[in-house]
Design a protein around this ligand. Sequence first.
Ligand SMILES: [Mn+2]
Length: 324
Amino acid sequence: MSQPEVVSLLQEKRSFIITGHVNPEGDAIGSGMALALALRDMGKKAEVINIDPIPQQLLFLPHEGLFSQQKTVPQPADALVVVDSGSFERTGYASPLSIPTIVNIDHHITNPSFGDINWVLPTAMATGEMIYDLLKAMGARITSPIATCIYTALITETGSFRYVNTSSRALQIAGEMIEAGADPFRIASALFEANPPGRLKLLGEVLTTMKVSADERIAWIQVTQAQLRKTGTTLEDTEDFVTYPRSIERVEVAVFFREVSPKQYKISFRSQGKVDVALLAKRWGGGGHMYAAGCTRLGPWEEVRDAILASVQEAIYDISGAMR
Ligand SMILES: [Mn+2]
C-alpha cells in the first residue's frame, strides 16, 4: 500500500476528517492542515480535529474554521485521515464506527499499518514531506497558507534544520515553501521566540534535576507536577527541554522523565545517532523514530527511573560492543 492508493482515495472521496497524535506539534498540525487546505481547494469537505488543543506557539497557523478540538471523532465522513501517528491509539480516539475508511499517513518506523489504506515511509524526514509529495502527486496548488503549514512541519521535525534528518531535499522544499509565501522569520519567531516567562523559570528548575551517567553517555532530566504548579506552567511547556541534556558533549542518549500524575511518567528518548531509541521505547510499550522516541510507564518514581536507565545503559553497551 502506498502513495498512489492514497492519491486515488483522496481524489475519489468527498468528505474528510483529518487528525494527528495527542499533544500535537508542528509536524502533526502542519501536515494535517496543509492536507485539509489542499482538499478544500479541490472543492472537497475537510476539517482537522485533535483530542488536544493547538499548542500556543502554533496558533499562528491558519486554523480558524479549519481546526477544532474534539473529544470524539464527530459526524460521518467518507474517510478519516490520520497523519504523523505511530499507532491509532496515539490519536487518543476510539475507532470511529461512523467512518468507513481510515487512511494512515506516517513516517514512524514503529507504525503497524493500522489503516485501511496505509502509506508509511520511515525514510521521510517528516510527515510534512510526505504531504508535500502527496499534494504534488494530486496536482494541488501550494497556496501561501499551505506553504506556511508545510514549512512549519519541516522546521519542527528537523529541529530547525539541524537534526540528522536534515537533507538537501529538506532545504529545497523549505525554499520552495518560502517562494510560495511561507515567512521564515515570522514562523521561527512564533515557534521559538514567544516564550511565556514561566516557561523559562520552569526550564531553570528542570535543568537543576539534570544528571549525567558515570560514563557520560546518558544524561537525564525530570519534571514534576510540583514544578509545574510552582511556575504556572503545563507539561506542554516542556516540549523541547530534552534538547538540553541531548546537547552535552559525549552524551549518546538523553532521557526526559515527565510526571503526568503520581506514579505515571511520560518518558522521551533522544539519541545522537548510534542507539536506536525507537527499539528501546518499543520494549516499554512506546514507539517513535530511531533518534526520537517515547513511552509511558506506571510505578514509583525510583523504580521507573532505574528500570528505564538500566535499559538505556544496556542499549549503549550493545552498540559499544558492536563497535569494538
Ligand atoms: Mn513527525
